[in-house]
Design a protein around this ligand. Structure first.
Ligand SMILES: Nc1nc2c(ncn2[C@@H]2O[C@H](COP(=O)(O)OP(=O)(O)OP(=O)(O)O)[C@@H](O)[C@H]2O)c(=O)[nH]1
Ligand SMILES: [Zn+2]
Length: 343
């Protein structure tokens, strides 16, 4: 990184544009200095619902479209964007998104028959809640593994949410995931109606958490318990588009209720996507989630898959530097990238 010590190049310092200062001379496009910052809450048929003036008395949801100058650049839920135009939020008002700020993380959904491309579905989230029922439907460890890999690859912290605790014990699953040190919480519908929701919220404060889970695991029950008034807060998206939210396939960002002085957090619900695009995942990125094993990869061949005869991790673990269960778990996760029937 460049430091400005006593040999600092003064020209460099003077020419660095300040955040709201003079516009850079070489820019041809307008810089939209008067643009408002907003967060994308949901997307429906090219209309973006954005929250602006967040945390102030004037906080409101407005509807926006992409400005032409953005070209093909995608705008997704969780994006921080710059908005111009009619920012009133009144019925029929339409603002324009003129800029998408740099993303801190991206979560992609898998390509499927309807759409051969892996697309980014959520930006800037930092936690992935993997919702799994303990029974009805049976847990699918392979799917959990794939979700864990997606989380590690995206630089997100995974959180296992094990639902329907009234039907089966969480012990066997927790045993499998213990070597990974994944955070977890066990819930049931009855408890969620009482104190249980608050126990889950504790794990979400200060974070943007994406909730995923396949049909029937109790994700809707969970999200409704976490954000009981969310139907109301999304009401006017429907007024603008004339469509109910049940018809949208976009993710939807919902703010956690918080008492005075409590930190809030965001729940991002993701209807209608089943799995993640894992085809571009780099073993080297996944291994960042295994800091105890990472130094052992120094002796690996170039582009090692960490699951081949020359992999240096076997010797590293045999020498007692790390727990064999951790290497086993890493390899299990890496192999889950290969899609199988029913994943
Ligand atoms: N026994 C039991 N049933 C539950 C629990 N939580 C949810 N269910 C039931 O499981 C079924 C599925 O719950 P939902 O919340 O709709 O699950 P979902 O994951 O949103 O599923 P889709 O709506 O299909 O996407 C419903 O019949 C719920 O009443 C629980 O803790 N225990
Ligand atoms: Zn290796």
């Amino acid at each position: 990184m460049r430091r400005y010590g006593k040999d600092a190049d003064e020209d460099d310092i003077r020419n660095r544009p300040s955040r709201r200062g003079s516009r850079p001379r070489t820019r041809i496009r307008p810089t939209h200095e008067d643009a408002a910052e907003g967060m994308v809450l949901t997307v429906d048929r090219g209309r973006f619902s954005c929250l602006i003036d967040q945390g102030t008395k004037r906080e409101r949801e407005i509807t926006a479209m992409k400005a032409r100058e953005l070209g093909r650049k995608g705008v997704v839920v969780g994006d921080q964007v710059a908005l111009v135009g009619d920012l009133s939020g009144e019925a029929g008002a339409l603002a324009r998104i003129v800029r998408v700020e740099e993303r801190t993380s991206v979560l992609r959904r898998t390509a499927d028959d309807d759409d051969p491309y892996e697309r980014i579905v959520v930006a800037n989230a930092n936690q992935l809640a993997i919702v799994t029922a303990l029974a009805d439907p049976e847990p699918r460890p392979r799917l959990i593994d794939r979700c864990l890999v997606a989380a590690y690859d995206a630089g997100m912290e995974p959180l296992l949410v094990l639902t329907k605790a009234d039907l089966a014990s969480a012990e066997p699953l927790l045993e499998t995931y213990a070597p990974l040190g994944v955070r977890h919480v066990v819930t049931s519908r009855d408890e969620l109606a009482g104190e249980g929701a608050e126990a889950v919220r504790e794990l979400l404060r200060g974070l943007v958490t994406v909730f995923i889970g396949h049909s029937g695991v109790g994700k809707t029950t969970l999200v409704n318990a976490l954000v009981p008034d969310h139907q109301r807060s999304t009401g006017h998206v429907n007024a603008v588009t004339g469509r109910g939210r049940h018809t949208t396939t976009s993710a939807l960002a919902l703010r956690l209720p918080a008492k005075k002085g409590e930190e809030t957090g965001w729940v991002v619900d993701t209807p209608g996507f089943r799995s993640f695009g894992l085809s571009h995942i780099e073993p080297s990125r996944v291994i960042h989630a295994f800091p105890d094993l990472e130094p052992g990869t120094e002796g690996c061949p170039r582009a090692c898959s960490h699951d081949e005869p020359d992999c240096a991790l076997d010797a590293w673990v045999a020498e007692g530097h790390a727990d064999p269960a951790r290497l086993y778990s890493l390899r299990r996760l890496l192999s889950s990238r290969d899609a199988h029937e029913g994943d």
